[in-house]
Design a protein around this ligand. Structure first.
Ligand SMILES: Cc1ncc(COP(=O)(O)O)c(C=O)c1O
Length: 490
């Protein structure tokens, strides 16, 4: 099969990707323009320097904030989860809202802003991109930007996997739709898909069907047959692998040649920041390989957040991956696939690929992460994870009253109330009860920390901190607010 015109291959050129200013619009390389950009960045740093800690709303701005919220709620048809309207300025992990309040942003648009708010490197990339001839790029006509970001992704992926091609889109859900199409074409329209319980894949009609949350597909017409598998259960240890293998064998025997793929979040996101040991996932992936069922790693939430860019690399599973999808912190989203799964011309296309600013900021974010000492056992991500754990474990030790036993679906106590991996962190106070955690999140927001929950019972406090810029000591004020908020729950 031949690559379509928009496919970008990880060729030998990947290691010779142009460096320096080659990717910039010509205007952005001119001295007068550089000097203007430097002036803007200096003003940015001066303005953001006053944002140093969480603070309450400014009474003179509260009314206009309330009117923004009212407009928002009218336009959307319902209130959003948080009364959040950003002021468009921040300082790293701190964000200022339109009401003048400043909050520690521990969720960052659900993992999008790995470099937090108003990072001068990202703003610089966005300013440069504004000088390009077009705002949106597409698959028919594009600039060098798409090639350069796709080369970084494929070069990283091909270090330990057979992934060689990359198709860019502007949402994680659309990257997933493309991955599904590729798998279905490869398996000649196999009608079923295998997925883990508690998975999340996006909001299109098909992804809503596959995602394992009933409310997200309420009233939708079933358009794909999904066979769910249990994810790893740490309480069962190695037996968990036996049980999952038993399930998978049953599915393969029951529906021979009817599965287009096994979609796996190598680290589960919405489902609870659940991790599995390599042996668990490898056993399943090997069985899929033997049965010619493509393995698709949905890394839209986990990409960039473990000790390697790809979580499948962290777990040493690259050889089994046929398709992978990434998004969020990359700013653009992408589907990567092997030579063998390269689809026939016509399958992948679309008007927009993404915006020029998303290409520039995404590329800058990937370069900083790749070259900035973030990865590896001694990298920044590992250190920041340690700092989070130290604060979390200290809170659990000092305030056991906030951490009653967490009971799983079988009525057994869950051991770890501090969990997750890398820059995907979770904490399970208040017995992991949904209503209590929802109430806690609201108090935390008022007090100055923005977070979310994950899991489907038990529920966890979910943190996706901006590890690109966060400092280990900044977890202290964050945890002081979490503790104060827990006290207010009484
Ligand atoms: C694992 C996973 N897949 C897919 C998606 C969908 O991405 P998007 O919201 O960009 O469509 C998400 C979003 O949270 C996700 O976490």
């Amino acid at each position: 099969m031949t690559a379509g015109p928009s496919h970008v291959a990880a060729s030998k050129h990947a290691s010779h990707a142009p460096h320096g200013l080659s990717h910039l619009p010509h205007l952005a390389t001119l001295p007068a323009v550089r000097s203007a950009i430097d002036t803007i960045l200096a003003e940015l740093r001066r303005t953001q320097a006053s944002i140093t800690d969480a603070r309450p709303a400014d009474s003179s701005k509260v009314e206009s904030h309330a009117s923004w919220l009212k407009r928002n709620n009218e336009l959307r048809g319902r209130a959003t989860m948080y009364p959040y309207v950003g002021a468009g300025i921040g300082n790293g992990a701190l964000v200022q809202l339109a009401d003048g309040s400043v909050k520690w942003d521990m969720i960052n648009g659900i993992g999008v802003n790995m470099f937090g708010h108003s990072d001068s490197r990202m703003v610089e990339a966005a300013l440069e991109s504004a000088l390009s001839d077009v705002c949106m790029q597409g698959h028919l006509q594009h600039n060098v930007d798409i090639l350069e970001i796709a080369e970084i992704l494929t070069a990283q992926a091909s270090r330990t996997s057979r992934l060689r091609h990359c198709f860019v889109t502007n949402s994680g859900c659309m990257a997933n739709e493309n991955a599904l199409k590729i798998c279905q074409q490869k398996t000649k329209g196999a009608p079923r898909i295998i997925a883990f319980a508690d998975c999340f894949m996006g909001r299109s009609t098909t992804m809503s069907q596959i995602g394992d949350t009933a409310a997200y597909r309420q009233g939708l017409v079933q358009n794909i047959l999904v066979d769910y598998m249990p994810f790893y259960d740490p309480n069962l240890g190695a037996r968990s692998t036996d049980i999952a293998m038993w399930h998978l064998k049953q599915l393969i025997d029951r529906y021979p040649k009817q599965h287009s793929c096994f979609i796996m979040e190598v680290v589960q996101g919405e489902g609870g920041f659940n991790v599995a040991p390599r042996e668990f996932l490898e056993s399943l992936m090997r069985l899929c390989r033997d049965a010619s069922i493509p393995v698709w790693a949905d890394e839209i939430q986990s990409f960039g957040r473990t000790e390697n860019m790809f979580a499948f690399e962290t777990l040493g599973l690259g050889e089994y991956i046929d398709v992978a999808t990434v998004g969020k912190l990359t700013q653009i989203c992408a589907c990567l696939f092997t030579e063998d799964l390269n689809p026939a011309p016509g399958l992948l296309a679309g008007t927009f690929s993404s915006s020029t600013s998303a290409y520039h900021v995404g590329r800058r974010a990937l370069e900083v992460l790749r070259d900035g000492g973030y990865y590896g056992a001694n990298g920044r991500i590992a250190h920041l994870n340690k700092a989070f754990r130290a604060c979390a474990e200290d809170l659990v030790r000092r305030r056991p009253e906030f951490f009653p036993p967490v009971i799983d679906g079988f009525g057994r106590p869950v051991q770890a109330v501090v969990g997750g991996i890398g820059a995907m962190m979770r904490l399970t106070p208040l017995g992991g009860k949904k209503d209590a955690l929802t109430a806690l999140l609201k108090i935390m927001f008022e007090e100055g920390v923005i977070a979310l929950t994950c899991g489907h019972g038990p529920y966890h406090l979910r943190l996706l901190p901006p590890f690109g810029v966060m400092q280990p000591e900044q977890f202290k004020p964050v945890f002081a607010i979490i503790e104060r908020s827990l006290e207010k729950m009484k």
